[in-house]
Design a protein around this ligand. Structure first.
Ligand code: CO
Ligand code: CO
Length: 316
């Protein structure tokens, strides 16, 4: 990415510099547009469910900026040799999530390709004063995670034919749940920074927040909510390849006190459509957590933000 030209426009509030979840462009003093695109290959067998997951994942980057999704466009690739009913099912799953988000699906584009791919290009709105960036964390902030971790590990176990139906079903539940509901509650509190947990895992995205904010994030690893089965499968070595890349990427920047590899594997486990990582004003942490407890998925305090220490990320 460093070879791309650096473009400057004073209205571009968030661009490529901070590895944030989406681009943000100021239109007026009250309205900025949030723009994001995300698509990938199927991670579950059922096409409708795949569509739901891919759409929830793409919409999430708008929620991670504190915004409301408004317009979505499908982006899809599909092979000639497969029945077009499958593509229809994928698109139907995506459309249902767009409707749930309160946005409108306004078209899209499909190309022919050997492997199916699906996702969305999403435009959202936010008041620039209420924008959540991934680089605003302050010392003393409480860190809250709004979904359990382990979707990469469980997906690997599903592919290996080892995960139980209940475990697979729960992972799908987590991945198809919109971050809208957590965002709706959180926006009533003093959120200093936010990002969603996706491909770089909790470790990678927490590091981005810490580096961007020029602070250290301290994670109490034992407090991280874990999907049922993820510990067992991680201990069996069912680790997605991305985990190792994610860990490598953070090398030299992490102080880890973790005993037992599985917990580190979980922290670097690449998530699909993971939860929000919120850095909230310390006086608001308790009340926000109490409110989030009304949601179906568990939210947990997983650590805090401190002034910058020797290492950017501390895993306790
Ligand atoms: Co994101
Ligand atoms: Co994204």
């Amino acid at each position: 990415m460093s070879k791309l030209p650096k473009l400057f426009d004073p209205m571009l509030i968030v661009g490529t510099e901070t590895s944030d979840d989406a681009a943000v462009y100021r239109v007026t003093d009250e309205i900025a547009i949030i723009q994001t695109v995300d698509f990938f290959t199927p991670i579950v067998d059922d096409p409708y469910t795949f569509g739901q997951i891919a759409a929830a994942n793409a919409l999430s980057d708008v929620y991670a900026m504190g915004g409301d999704p408004k317009i979505a466009l499908n982006i899809a690739a599909f092979p000639n040799c497969l029945d077009s009913c499958i593509l229809e099912e994928i698109l139907a799953g995506g459309a249902d999530k767009v409707i749930e988000a309160g946005a409108v699906l306004a078209g899209g584009h499909t190309i022919q390709d050997e492997e199916p791919k699906y996702g969305l290009c999403v435009t959202g709105f936010v008041n620039p004063d209420n924008l959540w960036k991934n680089n605003g964390a302050e010392a003393g902030d409480v860190l809250i995670l709004t979904k359990p971790l382990g979707s990469g590990i469980i997906s690997t176990a599903v592919k290996g034919g080892l995960a139980s139906e209940t475990e697979a079903f729960y992972a799908i539940k987590v991945m198809t749940t919109l971050n809208k509901y957590a965002r709706d509650i959180a926006k009533e509190y003093r959120i200093h920074s936010c990002t969603d947990i996706t491909g770089f895992g909790l470790g990678g995205h927490a590091l981005e927040m810490a580096e961007g904010s020029d602070r250290t994030l301290v994670i109490e690893s034992e407090k991280i909510p874990v999907m049922t089965g993820a510990r067992e499968y991680a201990q069996m070595g069912l680790i997605p390849a991305g985990t190792y890349r994610n860990r490598e990427y953070t090398e030299g920047k992490v102080e880890s006190h973790i005993q037992g590899d599985w917990l580190e594997d979980l922290i670097y486990d690449p998530q699909t459509s993971g939860g929000l990582l919120l850095a909230v004003h310390q006086d608001d942490g308790k009340e926000l957590l109490r409110r989030l407890a009304a949601l179906e998925l568990p939210s947990t305090v997983i650590g805090k933000v401190t002034e910058k220490q020797q290492k950017t990320l501390v895993l306790k």
